[in-house]
Write a protein that binds this ligand. Structure first.
Ligand code: C2O
Ligand code: CU
Length: 464
């Protein structure tokens, strides 16, 4: 596996023309206003990929020519542009999960943009305000498109980030394949009504247990994104000292060791790992949830020890997220429940044909707002607290588009006041999420277990 050293990253960014180098040069020439970033091409494609020994899997979807969708590199505060070209026989869009983009760039069909049909394209352009680890995926017929491969990781770099000796990016996801390595039915209704339908083959960066080389005694930044449609992970690092330094793109107030840290689909964690001193030593990132613990990826120590110390690592800079004003905040009650009705319902954006879940008792049949009204109308610039309550026996990674919230309190556990876009709410938990409605538009709020999202657990708020 390749090791992404800092030098190599810079080279990759320059070659890919992601923006930084060219822009700086243009700025020196006095052309800031005219400076446009070079457009990244994201072309959907149907490809073959090998996940099982028996042979290649057909009908895998990606952006690009082959292999995993590229890790996109952006820079905090610098313009980014991408052209989505749709070359598969299904309409699609791109959502930039966790990045606070203008509403028109959010990629939700019908709510904010039209479908991008086969042969058509759509130009996305925005300036990421926050540094951190994010990801991108379609927001259309999502169970099928994401399930078949369209999930990629985004790294938004910050020049003032502390210095690591190496960095690696891990895209975690499963595939639902049969014994012949071909896709089987993406979901089972009885599972969709519970925890969701799990994949049969587990991968990191589309392979089983990738290994990254990293300097002995060095500090590694491991960026991990759960892009699976269903699976919740419980992370643990074996063989080295490790600290969670960021969650869902934002620095954590207090670093902690990832001891069975639960994160759900859509969530990210940034780990700082201090490699062992002995050359050849192996560090493992594991998922210890459920009955079959799994090593997801490993790091191998190389060379003489750099003798670094985790405690020397400077803090990450906080992202410019407005502080919620609790004194003036209006509260929005939000209850997650199962729905009694269980009837196929039509939808134009890839319905699964069932309704199992509801937000405030309203099940949403697909990705279209019709006929559902916004959950709430928020005033631009005002503070809000979502009082979210989980009345179901399952956990739900609830994701808000367009704005980041602060986790204020939970009825069942001690929570850090982390800034995030996705909260994994446990059964019987009540949680308070505070935010400033500073981004105008219609913003989805949904469970990121895609079968839940697509069988009712979706709503949206309107900021005007
Ligand atoms: Cu990861 Cu509605 O998004
Ligand atoms: Cu859910």
């Amino acid at each position: 596996m390749t090791l992404f050293t800092r030098r190599r990253l810079l080279k990759t960014a320059a070659v890919a023309g992601v923006g930084g180098v060219g822009l700086a040069a243009m700025a020196r020439l006095g052309g800031w206003a005219a400076a446009a970033p070079e457009q990244v091409l994201l072309k959907t494609a149907k490809v073959q990929a090998t996940f099982m020994d028996v042979g290649p899997t057909r009908d895998v979807l990606t952006y690009g020519e082959a292999g995993m969708p590229p890790v996109l590199r952006m820079k905090k505060g610098e313009p980014f542009a991408a052209r989505l070209v749709n070359a598969i026989d299904d309409p699609t869009t791109i959502h930039w999960h966790g990045i606070r983009v203008p509403n028109k760039m959010d990629g939700v069909p019908f709510l904010v943009q039209p479908y991008v049909y086969t042969g058509d394209h759509f130009d996305y352009a925005f300036t990421p305000p926050d540094a951190g680890t994010f990801w991108y995926h379609p927001h259309c017929n999502t169970l099928e498109q994401m399930g078949h491969g369209l999930t990629g990781v985004i790294v938004v770099e910050n020049p003032s980030d502390p210095k690591f000796d190496a960095e690696a990016v891990v895209n975690l996801r499963d595939w639902r394949l049969g014994d012949d390595a071909q896709f089987i039915q993406q979901f089972r209704p009885r599972d969709a009504a519970k925890t969701g339908t799990y994949g049969t083959v587990r991968t990191a960066n589309w392979v089983d247990q990738p290994q990254f080389d990293a300097p002995s005694g060095g500090l590694v930044r491991l960026r991990v994104a759960i892009t699976d449609v269903t699976r919740i992970y419980a992370f643990r690092v074996e063989g080295a000292e490790a600290a969670v330094i960021a969650l869902d793109g934002n620095p954590v107030p207090h670093r902690f060791s990832p001891d069975a840290l639960l994160l759900g689909p859509g969530q990210r964690m940034d780990l700082a790992i201090r490699m062992p001193d002995e050359e050849g030593a192996i560090v493992g990132l594991g998922d210890i949830r459920g009955t079959k613990p799994k090593t997801l990826a490993t790091l191998r120590a190389t060379g003489a020890s750099l003798k670094r110390d985790l405690r020397d690592l400077a803090p990450l800079e906080a992202n410019p997220v407005q502080e919620v004003d609790l004194a003036s905040a209006r509260h929005i009650a939000l209850s997650l429940s199962a729905t009694a009705e269980n009837v196929p319902s039509d939808s134009i954006c890839g319905t699964l044909g069932y309704s199992f879940w509801a937000i405030n008792k309203v099940p949403w049949p697909g990705d279209t707002p019709d006929p559902t009204a916004p959950l709430a109308e928020l005033k631009l610039g005002k503070s809000y607290v979502i009082d979210m309550e989980n009345l179901t026996p399952q956990s739900h990674p609830m994701h808000l588009h367009g704005m980041s919230f602060k986790v204020l309190s939970s009825s069942t556990r001690q929570v850090q006041p982390v800034i995030s876009d996705t909260y994994l709410i446990q059964p019987n938990e009540k949680v308070q999420l505070g935010f400033v409605a500073d981004n105008p538009g219609d913003w989805l709020l949904h469970c990121h277990i895609i079968e839940h999202q697509k069988t009712g657990m979706t709503s949206y708020v309107r900021v005007v």
